[in-house]
Design a protein around this ligand. Structure first.
Ligand code: 5GP
Length: 204
């Protein structure tokens, strides 16, 4: 059996770029990224069946009824879920699976697969997160405030995940993640101190 990893992070923490870089590593040939189903609209540059499987509400409800999903959750008003068969077939081939889920989904996976490893990426502070969301220029001010409020809820759940890493420096954070996923190693004491410092700020 392969290993199952679930990565969650508040929106704007840099999760997608980090995951992309993890998968580009030569050690990742045996690691596959899950493709979720969602009812949200396709964004420009997204490809159906690559970024997500874009499906209707009706089809999503059928998948829930037929127990085809390993987990599912509503995020920002849209439904997202992980196809169960795909995950099981990859794991049974001895390959590792990486899932990028919100914290609700991560908890559901942990419940069905207690041996899975949940990873939570935190920003250094909410000020830093707000700056990143503004720089990304993807959302309105109102949407940024909504994402910051949501981030607080996510941190309250993610603080208990198996491994927390802080994205205060892309290369160092990437190294923390690769060490944990590919070698089962914990971050160095200095990196762990940085996590604790940020967690204190975020949980204040
Ligand atoms: P986006 O719409 O920006 O691609 O993703 C929004 C949020 O949904 C992200 O936090 C992402 O991690 C989460 N997400 C994506 N796929 C799934 C899934 O299959 N299940 C759950 N629970 N969350 C997902």
């Amino acid at each position: 059996m392969g290993k199952l990893f679930v990565i969650s992070a508040p929106s704007g923490t840099g999760k997608t770029s980090l995951i992309q870089a993890i998968l580009e590593d030569s050690a990742a040939t045996n690691t596959k990224l899950g493709i979720s189903c969602t009812t949200r609209k396709e964004r420009p540059k997204e490809i159906n069946g690559v970024s997500y499987f874009f499906i209707t509400n009706e089809k999503f409800k059928d998948k829930i009824k037929n127990k085809e999903l390993l987990e599912y959750a509503e995020v920002y008003g849209n439904l997202y879920g992980t196809p169960k068969d795909w995950v099981l077939s990859v794991l049974s081939k001895g390959e590792n699976v990486l899932l990028e889920l919100d914290t609700q989904g991560a908890l559901q996976v942990k419940e069905s697969f207690p041996e899975s490893k949940t990873i939570f990426i935190i920003p250094p502070s909410y000020e830093d997160l707000a700056k990143r969301l503004e720089l990304r220029a993807q959302d309105s001010n109102e949407e940024i405030l909504r994402r910051l409020k949501e981030a607080k809820k996510e941190v309250n759940v993610g603080k208990d995940f198996d491994q927390i890493v802080v994205n205060n420096n892309f290369e160092e954070t990437l190294n923390d993640l690769k060490q944990f996923i590919f070698r089962g190693l914990k971050p160095s004491t200095a990196r762990q101190d940085a996590v604790n410092k940020s967690l204190n700020l975020l949980l204040d």
